[in-house]
Design a protein around this ligand. Structure first.
Ligand code: PMP
Length: 377
């Protein structure tokens, strides 16, 4: 968001900045969802407080998606609120949370705010950024309480195959761990990749897992702020105790929009997926044509996470980037292209590109970086 803000400020000042920073679809919310919200605005009940856990109809619809009871669902202000409430609910001070790296920046912050200790578990492109049970076991201590998983992943786009999830899930059960699984990119998978929900793969996990999800990515609804937590009723109750004091109910109009989204079909996301898939293949190809950039082809979400280690400590326009953070700065200053450095995800030496932007901007942005690197070669 910081990179995105800087890019937007430059753009407001008249600079032709191309932004690969945003973690949101570039499409507008589908009309039928917007119309449901417009209708809801006119209904006086939406002007009043409603139950903190969510509108009963929405809770029921979400429960249906996960095959659980409505009491096992909490509607939150985006999945982001779910992250904080999950860790506040699960952690005692000093409890450790295993977080495969690279990770979405919010996870360790949520753990720290709850008094917990984030324990990153490093992965790299040699394994497609997939963590293994053996790596997790090596990081486990007597204080390990929770395993965080995110598939498809922000920032790498990695999608865990079923067998990998099975191994990790069984390991978590065997070691009496709780699991938080972030499934917000579940509908954005490409090619032969398939999304699998961790507790569906390992049913013994159901009573020790909190699922985080929401409408932001699937229905291009990031600004509406509707997400949810699903899991054991006692944990959901505890999370809602907190939520009732923190924020109460999510905006009723936004919940009415979310209800239209989750009870409608998935044709809008199917259309977005076609566009994302096309851009994914274009960006991977173009990035790999830049000498010094190694970009694996991710199978999900809308991010690529290339290694730029070979571009460091080499002159670019008279500057010499010592880190991916400095390289991102040079790219913004010299090519007017915004990307997020790997440092933001606990993994220096990489850049994250979101390909949720127009095909033309994507090609222009990567061409500018290519030119910048080539003229310095
Ligand atoms: N989880 C992941 C992995 C994300 O990338 C994001 C958005 N950046 C979220 C959760 C939060 O989404 P929201 O709060 O809009 O539901």
């Amino acid at each position: 968001m910081a990179v995105d803000a800087k890019a937007k400020a430059l753009r407001a000042a008249g600079r032709p900045v191309i932004g690969f920073g945003a973690g949101e679809p570039d499409f507008p919310t589908p009309d039928y969802i917007v119309e449901a919200a417009v209708r809801a605005c006119r209904e006086p009940w939406t002007h009043k407080y409603t139950p903190a856990g969510g509108l009963p109809k929405l809770r029921e619809a979400i429960a249906g998606l996960h095959g659980v009871a409505p009491s096992q669902v909490a509607v939150t202000n985006g999945a982001k609120q779910g992250v904080y409430q999950a860790f506040a609910t699960l952690l005692d001070p000093g409890d450790e949370v295993l977080i495969p790296a690279p990770f979405w920046t919010t996870y360790p912050e949520g753990v720290l705010l709850a008094g917990g200790v984030p324990v990153p578990v490093a992965t790299d492109e040699s394994t497609g950024f997939l963590v293994t049970a053996a790596q997790l076991e090596a990081a486990r201590t007597p204080r390990t309480k929770v395993l965080l998983m995110c598939s498809p992943s922000n920032p790498t786009g990695a999608v865990y195959p079923r067998a990998a999830l099975e191994e990790i899930g069984k390991w978590a059960v065997a070691n009496d761990l709780m699991v938080v699984t972030d499934e917000i990119y579940q509908h954005l998978v490409y090619g032969d990749a398939e999304f699998h929900s961790l507790p569906a793969v390992v049913p013994e996990l159901a009573d020790r897992t909190l699922i985080l999800n929401g409408v932001s990515k699937t229905f291009a609804m990031t600004g509406w702020r509707v997400g949810w937590m699903a899991g054991p009723a006692d944990l959901i109750n505890a999370a809602l105790n907190l939520q009732s004091h923190l924020t109460s109910n999510v905006c009723n109009v936004a919940q009415a929009a979310a209800l239209a989204a989750v009870t409608g079909d998935l044709s809008a996301v199917a259309e977005m997926r076609v566009a994302f898939d096309r851009r994914r293949r274009t960006i991977v190809r173009m990035l790999n044509e830049i000498p010094g950039v190694v970009c694996p082809e991710p199978e999900g979400a809308f991010y690529v996470f290339p290694s730029v280690q070979d571009l460091l400590d080499r002159p670019i326009r008279g500057r010499r980037p010592a880190s991916s953070a400095e390289l991102a700065e040079i790219i913004l200053d010299e090519a007017e292209v915004a990307v997020v450095p790997g440092e933001a995800f606990g993994t220096p030496g990489y850049l994250r590109f979101s390909y949720a932007l127009s095909d033309a901007d994507l090609v222009e942005g990567i061409t500018r970086i290519t030119t910048l690197v080539n003229e310095s070669a």
